[in-house]
Design a protein around this ligand. Structure first.
Ligand SMILES: *Cc1c(COP(=O)(O)O)cnc(C)c1O
Length: 393
């Protein structure tokens, strides 16, 4: 039935038909959220042979399996593993591929908590991390050492939006015997196909667009190739990285509408970025679809679309003026995460944690998530914000 009808179909069709099989669930359209630890074995022989599809709640449930298979299929990978957050998916990947004495290359534009894990936990375990310029491309070959096991990429960076040349990096890494992992959260499985560009392991904070409603925490790792799949399977089982049943259900439910939501996030973000680009308060717009963004040409070459997250660098503005703008927004919320239906605004300053590159913006920067609200209302909210800022300066 449904799964069969997804085979060979276009992505939008797959979103609605993967990961469900009404015949298995007494005709109901959606697989239920299986809650459970114990799975009963009928006989001693079955227990000894461990011959059931499901053996224990931590390892897998039917709901987990539906979402894992769906995401692996959408992205074109061989296997998918779910975890309790995007960050736990990232740390599982790091632990799966490096050990004491190994070297790791990580983009300087990486999600900040990934950097913290490398600097604190991996360092303690005897793994050395070198950060590299996200725009390094093929130049990464000079940083690869005999003990470099993994090159960690993220494109674009989720604050500063450098689009990395993933094929060039993957080519150099593979020649040196290293695997390539990518945090593909921004593009989702719809807008970037990591395995067609040389990536071995793709990671998603499913918390963002896959869940899509800011109501669950969920991570996913998708791997291609025997070496990656085996290492991840081992760390997943040994480490007990299982997500909560309700969150997995919400991931499956979010996936159904991810395509239409992303179309809207994409058009609204581009329209907002165009609006910002015309404002006198704005120094620079960092959106991969705009020529001012580092790696814009790479985005055009490799990506199939743009999601709803981008940044703007403002001209110098006092703290009071910035606070007057962001404190009283009507629709834009201020807070972490993104990918939900709602618009967000987040001032940020990467100067404190960059190490391979410098961030030289003179004014404050704002990260914007374009939600699904009416565009005119969003623009009016931002315009009023700039008016409040002007009144303070
Ligand atoms: C949010 C985020 C994560 C972490 O996801 P959580 O589910 O919040 O742990 C990882 N990478 C990127 C790019 C993110 O934006």
């Amino acid at each position: 039935m449904s799964k069969r009808s997804a085979a060979g179909k276009k992505p939008q069709t797959k979103l609605g038909h993967l990961g469900r099989d009404p015949a298995l669930y007494r005709g109901f359209v959606n697989p239920p959220a299986y809650r459970g630890s114990t799975v009963i074995f009928p006989t001693l022989a079955s227990l000894m042979a461990d011959d059931q599809e499901f053996s224990y709640g931590r390892i897998c449930t039917p709901t987990v399996k539906e979402l894992q298979e769906s995401l692996a299929e959408l992205e074109g990978g061989d296997a998918c593993f779910l975890s309790s957050s995007g960050l736990s998916a990232i740390t599982a990947v790091l632990l799966a591929f490096v050990e004491a004495g190994d070297h790791l290359l990580v983009t300087d534009s990486v999600y900040k908590p990934t950097r913290r894990y490398c600097n604190e936990v991996l360092k303690r375990l005897g793994v050395e991390t070198t950060y590299y310029d996200p725009m390094i491309g093929a130049g990464i070959s000079e940083l690869l050492r005999p003990n470099t096991k993994l090159v960690f990429t993220e494109a674009p960076g989720s604050q500063t939006f450098e689009v990395q040349d993933i094929p060039a990096i993957a080519d150099a890494a593979h020649k040196a015997g290293a695997l390539v992992a990518m945090d593909n959260t921004w593009a989702t499985p719809l807008f970037f196909k990591p395995f067609e560009h040389g990536v071995d392991i793709s990671i998603h904070a499913a918390t963002k667009y896959i869940v899509g409603h800011a109501d669950a925490m969920l991570g996913a790792v998708i791997a291609k190739g025997g070496r990656s799949v085996e290492a991840l399977s081992a760390i997943h089982d040994a480490g007990g990285m299982c997500p909560g049943p309700e969150d997995v259900y919400l991931g499956l439910r979010g996936m159904r509408t991810m395509g239409v939501r992303l179309e809207r996030h994409q058009t609204s973000a581009i329209a907002l970025a165009e609006w910002f680009a015309e404002r006198p308060e704005v120094e620079r717009v960092l959106h991969p679809a705009f020529p001012d963004c580092p790696g814009h040409e790479i985005w055009k070459r490799d990506f199939l679309g743009a999601s709803g997250l981008f940044s703007v660098v403002l001209k110098p503005m006092s703290k009071e003026a910035l606070a007057a703008m962001v404190d009283d927004m009507d629709l834009f919320g201020m807070g972490y995460s993104w990918g939900g239906y709602e618009s967000l605004i987040l001032p940020f300053d990467p100067r404190a944690y960059r190490s391979a590159t410098t961030w030289d913006a003179k004014g404050p920067s704002l990260r914007i998530h374009a939600g699904l609200e009416d565009l005119d209302d969003l623009i009016a909210d931002l315009e009023a914000g700039f008016d409040r800022a002007a009144a303070k300066s």
